[in-house]
Structures are given as C-alpha cells and as structure tokens.
Ligand binder design. Structure first.
Ligand code: ZN
Length: 287
C-alpha cells in the first residue's frame, strides 16, 4: 500500500480540529468581533460556532478544549444560554432587514451573565442588501465582549462589505481527507525549497500545471503546517520547512491556505493566487 500522510476532514485527526484552530486563534490574538465560517456542511459549521461559544463560556476549560459538561456548555448545546443567540436557517428565505434589526437590538443589551455575548447567524448569504447595509456598522463595532459568527455555504453570495469585516475560517468538506503520497510530498517540498531559495515563486506554478495539482500542493502546505504545529506541542519531528514559524504565524498561514483552497475550487485563475500566497507567506522559509 502507498505510504501517505493524512489530515482528516476539517483537519480533524490528531489535535488539529477546527476547535483546535479556533482555540489557537482565541489564544493568539485579540479576537476579531466578526467571524465568517465557510464550508459546504451546515451542521459542521453550526457545531463549530457552538464550540466557539463554549470555548468562551466554559467553566472548566483546559488548555485546549471546553468540557461539554458544565452548566454553560450544556446550555449552549441546548441553545438556551441567555448570552448566546442563534439565528438559525429555518428556510431558504431571504434574511430581511427586520430580522437584522432584531439581531442588532439583542446584541445591544448588556450580557445577562457576561462577560460575552455571541450571536450566530446561520447561512448569512441570505441577507439581502438592505439587511446587510443595516448590519455593517454593528458588525464593525459590535461593542465590548460582543461577537458575531456568520456561517455560509455560499461564500460568493456574501456581500464584500460584509465579508471584508470578518475573519474567515474555511471548513474542509466532510470525508474530504487530505491524503498525499510521500513521494508527492517530497516533490512539493523540493519545489518549494528551490523556489524560496531563488525567490522565483512563479516557477512553482509552472511546475504545478493543472488546477488539480495546485489543489494538492495547497493540501501539502496544510500537512506541513500541521506537522510544524504538532511539533510545538510534542517532541515530534515537525516540518523541515516551517518549524521556525511561531504558532501564531502558522495558524494565520494555515487559514490563508484553506481560504485559498476554497477560492481555487471556484476560480480558474489560480496561478497568480498561489504565487501571491507563497510570496506573502512563505518567502522567508529559508532565510
Ligand atoms: Zn464547560
């Protein structure tokens, strides 16, 4: 059998679940007040939104997780925590301005138990332009301890004025594991090593050729970052390419790659996108 390395659906094998990514994100920086969860599986994103709320509210949280058993975790799971609102997708109908005004009103009220208040809006691409415009100011400055989590299956239908105010998390489709042969990984490693020495990232694109291969290359980058992250928490060998980056840098790079992977699937002009990703994120690999 071919020897391969895997990251499971959502990067969920090992400790690199979305929850883990969110946790790293929460620890690594001031939390952005608006997050956009993108991906084909509604349930997965919804659970992740709940996970994020639990990570904030859990009474027994550990270094990497929430407990799922405390009063707060249980109430969030049942959707009855007074400071966590869920605007679920009940139908494919447009989200009207009245709904958005209700959301804004709810979020203005002081948290009942505090210190946070979270609002999850499912399938946010259903907002019409009137609703989106009414939402912009609140989305930009929701107030102390207030967070919005928008989810969508249709990234392309989210108005740019909304998405530009959010930090994006892209969720891999379920059962779409990353599974790359060791040989292919070596090829990509050599390719990136060479390109980062010569600073000729366009050469990588030429070598990749087809879009399918470009997608595999992005998955290879995810695997390498995954290894580098794991090595920081255990004595594992890690990634020869990326070990020198900090956890925070690796998390940001990982999210850029997953975002680009999503865009790549719906965009033909991928060469420039990958070149600019490499230039912006990986030009220091061998400095
Ligand atoms: Zn808990």
């Amino acid at each position: 059998m071919e020897k391969t390395t895997k990251i499971g659906a959502l990067g969920a094998i090992g400790c690199f679940s979305v929850q883990e990514r969110l946790w790293r994100y929460l620890k690594s920086q001031r939390i952005h007040p608006a997050l956009l969860f993108i991906g084909p599986d509604k349930q997965v994103k919804y659970q992740a939104a709940k996970g994020m709320a639990k990570l904030l509210f859990c009474l027994n949280k550990t270094k990497t997780a929430f407990c799922n058993e405390c009063n707060n975790c249980k109430r969030i799971e049942k959707e009855i925590h007074p400071d966590v609102y869920f605007f679920k997708e009940e139908s494919e109908e447009t989200l009207k301005i009245e709904v958005v005004r209700e959301v804004i009103g709810q979020m203005r009220v002081t948290p009942i138990e505090g210190p946070y208040k979270i609002c999850v809006i499912e399938e946010a691409h259903r907002m019409n332009s009137g609703a989106a415009n009414a939402f912009l100011k609140t989305l930009e400055e929701p107030g102390e301890g207030r967070f919005f989590i928008l989810t969508t299956t249709q990234r392309g239908s989210i108005l740019p004025t909304v998405s530009s105010r959010c930090i994006e998390f892209v969720f891999r489709p379920e059962n779409d594991d990353i599974n790359l042969a060791e040989e292919l990984q070596k090829k990509y490693r050599d390719l990136l090593t060479e390109a980062s020495k010569t600073k000729n990232f366009a050469q990588v694109i030429v070598s990749l050729g087809e879009k399918e291969e470009a997608l595999k290359f992005l998955q290879f980058l995810q695997l390498e970052i995954h290894k580098a992250l794991l090595s920081k928490e255990s004595s594992k060998e890690g990634s020869l390419l990326f070990n020198s980056y900090s956890t925070h840098e690796l998390t940001l790079k990982f999210d850029s790659i997953v975002t680009l992977e999503g865009q790549l699937r719906s965009n033909a002009n991928y060469g420039l996108m990958i070149e600019s990703l490499l230039r912006n994120h990986f030009s220091g690999v061998f400095l």
